[in-house]
Design a protein around this ligand. Sequence first.
Ligand SMILES: *[C@@H]1O[C@H](CO)[C@@H](O)[C@H](O)[C@H]1NC(C)=O
Ligand SMILES: *[C@@H]1O[C@H](CO)[C@@H](O)[C@H](O)[C@H]1NC(C)=O
Length: 159
Amino acid sequence: MGLKSNLLVLVMVFGALGSAPLMAEAQFNIIGSLLKLINIQGTVFCTADGNIGTNATSTPVFPNALVQLQCGNGNIVSTTTTNNGGIFSMFLNPVQFVLSSLLSNCNLVVKTPISDCNATLPSTGFLTSSLQFLGSFVQDGLMQIMKVAPNPFTFIPSP
Ligand SMILES: *[C@@H]1O[C@H](CO)[C@@H](O)[C@H](O)[C@H]1NC(C)=O
Ligand SMILES: *[C@@H]1O[C@H](CO)[C@@H](O)[C@H](O)[C@H]1NC(C)=O
C-alpha cells in the first residue's frame, strides 16, 4: 500500500519533470529494481517430529515457539516466533543473503522445547530443518518474493 503510493508519487514527479519517454524510462527503472525479498515461511506442528500428522486437519500446532535461522557454524542470522497458528515468517534481504548459500548453508532451529506445547513430548533436544526454494513470486507488481520453506523437521535429541 505504502510502496504503491510512493511509486505513484515518483511517477508523478518524473512526469512533471519531463517528457513522456523520460517518464517511461523512470517507470522502467523503478520496475527494474523491484524490491526483492527472501521470505522463509512455514508451520511448526506440536508433534514428536514437528511435522504435520497423517490426519492433517487435527494435527495441533506449536504456537509461541522461538525459531532461529542458523547459518554456517551455528551463526544466528534471524529469529522469530510462531503465531497462534504455529506459523513463522522471516524476511531476508537478498543483497545480504545469496539464495543458493542460504539453501546449502542454513537451517531452521526451533529453540523452544517441544514439551512447551505438549508436556508428554521431550523437554530437551530440538527440531531442525533444512530449507527448500519454492519459487519467485511478484506481489502487487512491486515486490519479488523468493519463497523458501522448511523441509520436514527432524527431532534431534540432546546428546
Ligand atoms: C481425524 O480427525 C478428525 C477430527 O478430530 C476425526 O473425526 C477423525 O476420526 C480423524 N481421522 C483419523 C483417521 O484419525
Ligand atoms: C501429546 O503428545 C502425545 C505423544 O505424541 C500424543 O499422544 C497426544 O495426543 C498429544 N496431546 C495433544 C493434546 O496433542
